[in-house]
Design a protein around this ligand. Structure first.
Ligand code: NDP
Length: 484
């Protein structure tokens, strides 16, 4: 592939590790179908090695001054930025997302998280609580060994978004990438060690759900952070609950994007494109139920179709290309299935709707209008470049319809009436919201879902709560007043 690709399947205790006894996982470049690498799933011996090494490393890492832990993370952030192009090329090999995107979105976002939490690491203070003559104070302590489990859509970013707060707080982490995109997290582990992270603090093991399951149920593990689908989230949360482990669950969504008829049309179209077409639509927070107020519906659809027709599909390594393939043949089949169902259920196809005739697994940017709330395409997560447009008439109606789902990851509102924007956002059942933009996720803003879309938050100081436990210390300043 290229000379800086990972050199073995796993990264444990500061070094690449191979164990060919594990099942072979082919890494397929979805733009061509070529097998670009092979990794081996972790055997029980590899899982044991990874957890034991994390456990052995964690106490000394937690005992280091936070400022020094932070320096390691910030050095890693800098190294990621310097190597952005190599890491972006690897992300493109792993996922098929266009280099035009990966150069600005993936390693860059990972570096931001490492910088952000590197900065916070020196400031993980507790509280001082005055109690008359006595007082109490609290200490934030690391949880111990944390497990991170990633989805396939943002392999570099997910590894960094989990590693950065975990390590800043003095935890060690064992990370399992999705078996569809196993390569990027290995490079992050390699860079962290080069930046000075003690060996064992961030280990990566490959495998499918069974390897994830073995990590989740390991009694030495204190916390599990999963990015994945709702069904997997329910399973992993249940398994973690058996041992009362801490969890962060970043799960799927079917998020509403509400466009009022006073919105700036060009911005609204741009927001809907970012919320449906970026990464070929494979983004959990996408605004895939686009509610457009009837007054601008036709103008919106016409302009969207015009701009969608200009999206350049093709070789993801060509920096002029704006949309690559889906991540895998299986994902493409799933998306094409949803397109067929939408047609059969009476949605009106505005543009796209077919596979692109190439060896890769490309699907055209697709828009359906006249979508109604009960249609499958308005209920289930498609995870492809497929936008569903629903009509609405008034504010109360659209809020009720937007909330009528078990998901609650994200939501967006486009309007020039800012009073209305804030009023509507307050009533939407979603953890991450945008006004007059969509899908921006800076490191300083908490990210996560309500309802079935998740538990806990990633990014921002909010994540610190989810990677530490609070110890309360009562300090008596006088004699003990015992009634016996
Ligand atoms: P999956 O839920 O299928 O898998 C997520 C991860 O969990 C994978 O690494 C998977 O391994 C692993 N896994 C599967 N079963 C178990 C188990 N029983 N115990 C432990 N680990 C297990 O999601 P996808 O990879 O298909 O990703 C797409 C989904 O992720 C979408 O639904 C999307 O909405 C969601 N997502 C959510 C985000 C968020 O932040 N809220 C961000 C990005 C995606 P393997 O696949 O290798 O078998």
């Amino acid at each position: 592939m290229y000379d800086t690709q990972p050199t073995a399947s796993h990264f444990i205790d500061g070094a690449y590790v191979e164990d060919t006894a594990g099942a072979v996982i082919d890494v397929i470049y979805p733009a061509t179908g070529a097998v670009i690498a092979q990794v081996h799933a972790a055997t029980p011996a590899i899982v044991e090695q990874a957890v034991a090494s994390a456990q052995a490393a964690q106490c000394a890492w937690a005992a280091m001054p936070g400022l020094e832990r932070g320096q390691v993370l910030r050095r890693a952030a800098e190294m990621i930025r310097v190597r952005n192009r190599d890491l972006s090329v690897l992300e493109t090999w792993d996922t098929g997302k266009p280099l035009q995107e990966t150069l600005v979105a993936d390693a860059a976002s990972g570096a931001d998280a490492l910088d952000y939490f590197g900065g916070l690491a020196g400031d993980l203070t507790g509280a001082h609580i005055p109690l008359g003559a006595d007082f109490a104070y609290t200490i934030r302590e690391a949880l111990g060994v944390c497990v991170g489990i990633g989805a396939w859509n943002y392999p570099t970013q997910i590894a960094c978004w989990k590693a950065a707060p975990a390590l800043a707080c003095g935890n060690a982490m064992v990370f399992k990438p999705s078996e569809t995109t196993p390569l990027c997290a290995l490079k992050i582990a390699e860079i962290l060690v080069e930046a000075g992270l003690p060996k064992g603090c961030f280990n990566v093991v490959q495998g499918l759900g069974d390897v994830g399951g073995a990590l989740v149920s390991d009694p030495r593990v204190a916390k599990v952070s999963l990015t994945g689908s709702v069904p997997t989230g329910r399973r992993v949360n249940a398994a973690a609950a058996a041992d009362l482990k801490h969890v962060t669950m970043e799960l799927g969504g079917k998020s509403p994007l509400i466009i009022f008829d006073d919105a700036d049309l060009e911005d609204a179209v741009g927001g809907a494109m970012m919320g449906n077409m970026y990464s070929a639509g494979q983004v959990c927070s996408n605004g895939t139920r686009v509610f457009v107020q009837r007054g601008i519906r036709d103008a919106f659809l016409a302009r969207f179709a015009e701009r969608a027709a200009q999206i350049r599909l093709g070789d993801p390594m060509d920096e002029a290309v704006q949309m690559g393939p889906l991540v895998s043949a299986a994902q493409m089949e799933k998306v094409l299935g949803y397109i067929e169902t939408a047609r059969a259920e009476g949605a009106r196809l505005i543009c796209g709707g077919a596979r692109v005739d190439t060896p890769g697994v490309f699907v055209e940017p697709t828009v359906f209008a006249d979508v109604t709330d009960g249609m499958t395409i308005a209920q289930e997560e498609v995870f492809g470049p497929v936008m569903a447009v629903l009509d609405f008439d008034d504010e109360d109606e659209v809020i009720a319809r937007a909330n009528a789902t078990d998901f609650g990851l994200a939501a967006g509102v486009f309007t020039r009436d800012l009073t209305r924007a804030h009023r509507v956002i307050r009533q939407l059942e979603a953890g991450t919201c945008w006004i007059n933009t969509y899908n921006l996720t800076p490191a300083g803003m908490p990210f996560g879902g309500f309802k079935a879309s998740g538990l806990g938050r990633e990014n921002a100081a909010a994540a610190i709560e989810h990677y530490t436990k609070t110890k309360s210390v009562y300090v008596a300043m006088g004699p003990v007043d015992a009634p016996y």
